[in-house]
Design a protein around this ligand. Structure first.
Ligand SMILES: [Zn+2]
Length: 223
């Protein structure tokens, strides 16, 4: 029997606790060919995009989340989510294979739910960044830039509140992302300022690759 790239995973909703299925891609089918300068992975097989399956959408209550979301709901938040999301939710499933447009819809739901639930800025930034990447695949520059700007602003919030502590994102990487996303949306002033901040860290940083990337972008901007 031929193994398909897809499998179904059982998920329990963080909000209503009901169970539903969500599609995932087997790791052996995921091969990254290269990365863009904002770390968008370019996959060898263009027909299978694992980015489409990061957000779990509860078909029962509409709550949408990723593995990064915490299980904890601050007092009152469940009621807010019920009022803003669940009461308007028309039960529908995003559990099957998703189109790029489906993927975008699930990320927008994830951003909305994550913001209501007060997830970390760094998590919201990651969701907005991935939304932008999906628009990039669709060659929709306007919406790509709109979400790059949201991602940039949330990375800035994360940088000032230091909520990236304890995540996979280092301070240097947050600063690089603020710079690179600013460059991409044409905010040269902030891009220059933040690329300089990355380069200033070259004697102390344990991420020489990031420093090199910042120098390259900075040179490109001057050239
Ligand atoms: Zn639910």
């Amino acid at each position: 029997m031929e193994i398909t790239p897809y499998y179904q995973k059982d998920i329990e909703c963080l909000h209503c606790k009901n169970k539903f299925k969500s599609t995932k891609i087997r790791s052996k089918f995921i091969k990254v060919e290269s990365h863009e300068t904002d770390f968008q992975p370019i996959y060898q097989n263009k027909d299978i995009n694992p980015l489409l399956y990061n957000v779990f959408v509860c078909e029962h209550c509409g709550f949408s989340f990723t593995d990064d979301f915490t299980k904890y709901f601050a007092p009152g938040l469940k009621e807010i989510i019920k009022e803003k999301i669940s009461t308007n939710w028309i039960p529908r499933s995003y559990g099957d294979v998703r189109t790029t447009q489906d993927g975008i819809t699930t990320y927008k739901l994830g951003i909305l739910c994550g913001t209501l639930k007060k997830e970390k800025f760094v998590s919201i930034a990651g969701l907005a960044l991935r939304t932008a990447w999906l628009y990039r695949i669709m060659e929709n520059k306007e919406d790509e830039n709109r979400f790059l700007e949201i991602a940039r602003d949330r990375y800035s919030d994360s940088y000032s509140s230091e909520d990236y502590n304890g995540t996979q994102m280092s301070e240097t990487r947050i600063i690089y992302m603020i710079a690179e996303l600013s460059r991409r949306i044409g905010d040269r002033e902030l891009a220059t300022r933040y690329f300089s901040k990355v380069i200033e860290k070259q004697s102390t940083s344990i991420e020489p690759k990031l420093i090199e990337m910042a120098k390259e972008r900075w040179q490109e901007m001057r050239g």
